[in-house]
Design a protein. Structure first.
Length: 278
């Protein structure tokens, strides 16, 4: 089974928005109990999740709980006993130790960690290689990091991400690759800017991310398309794999006049893995 391309956030206290998300083409839904739900609504949001009917196809279900060692976190973990959730999303993770700690209270459900939301988190990206972590994915976030650093803006004068946030993004990608889990790009906040989303998502795919967080159902189609290999990509990958299968002892081969080696084979196999149905 392929990794989710689109991870769609939905406030867990809105039954209307939840219904729309479930009917969307997202690969995964993240029912949010953290930032998009006010303190006064968190208990109601937990009750809504506990009352969900069993999942019947469609997107897989995940829950973003509140950060470790908070009062609401302790209450949030109770929702996993009564509904059909695939895994848990941990915000403000600072190390692999946080993932291990969470796994002890969630029955070792798969965990998607958001790993760049605090200043300290930027120094712990290699720690997620902990072999006992039930870690499935790592994503990054600039909004909370910007607040944690006391920044006036996460953008530079040209309108692009400032260096600190580009660094956080790159560290997340490298950390996920080192841990052998899915690297997931962060949100694109302006859900009405389809061209901007397409440009950012296609760039993320080229760089090595295999999925992206979404904040609105209208973003899902663009994200899914960007992380779905084209027919040409699949044909080229199949040609590389077939060539090495025909000559398994070869380290370097020529295909259509181009030299390919073992890194190309690994890339081709990754393309074919992403081409499999979710």
């Amino acid at each position: 089974m392929s990794q989710p391309r689109s991870w769609l956030f939905v406030p867990a206290d809105s039954e209307k928005k939840i219904a729309r998300a479930i009917d969307s083409k997202a690969d995964a839904i993240i029912f949010d109990l953290e930032d998009s739900v006010s303190m006064e609504r968190k208990a109601a949001a937990r009750d809504i999740l506990k009352g969900l009917a069993p999942r019947a196809g469609g997107p897989t279900w995940w829950v973003r709980i509140n950060p470790l060692r908070t009062d609401h976190h302790k209450k949030d973990v109770g929702v996993f006993a009564s509904a059909d959730f695939e895994g848990v999303v941990l915000p403000k993770a600072e190390s692999g130790a946080d993932v291990v700690e969470l796994s002890h209270t969630t029955g070792h459900l798969p965990i998607h960690a958001i790993v760049t939301e605090t200043a300290a988190s930027l120094f712990g990206l290699l720690s997620y290689r902990e072999p006992s972590c039930p870690l499935a994915a790592m994503s990054w976030g600039a909004e909370d990091l910007s607040a944690a650093l006391g920044a006036a803006s996460k953008y530079d004068r040209d309108g692009g991400l400032a260096f600190t946030y580009r660094l956080a993004r790159s560290l997340c990608l490298a950390g996920a690759a080192a841990a052998g889990v899915q690297p997931v790009d962060g949100i694109f906040a302006d859900f009405k800017d389809e061209d901007g989303l397409r440009k950012e998502t296609e760039a993320a795919s080229r760089e090595g991310f295999t999925g992206k967080l979404a904040i609105h159902p209208d973003q899902v189609a663009i994200i899914n398309a960007a992380f779905t290999p084209s027919d040409t990509d699949i044909e080229q990958a199949q040609a590389v794999v077939a060539a090495f299968e025909a000559q398994p002892d070869a380290g370097v081969l020529s295909i259509d006049g181009k030299m390919v080696d073992l890194p190309h084979l690994r890339q081709a196999m990754a393309v074919l893995a992403r081409a499999r149905p979710i």
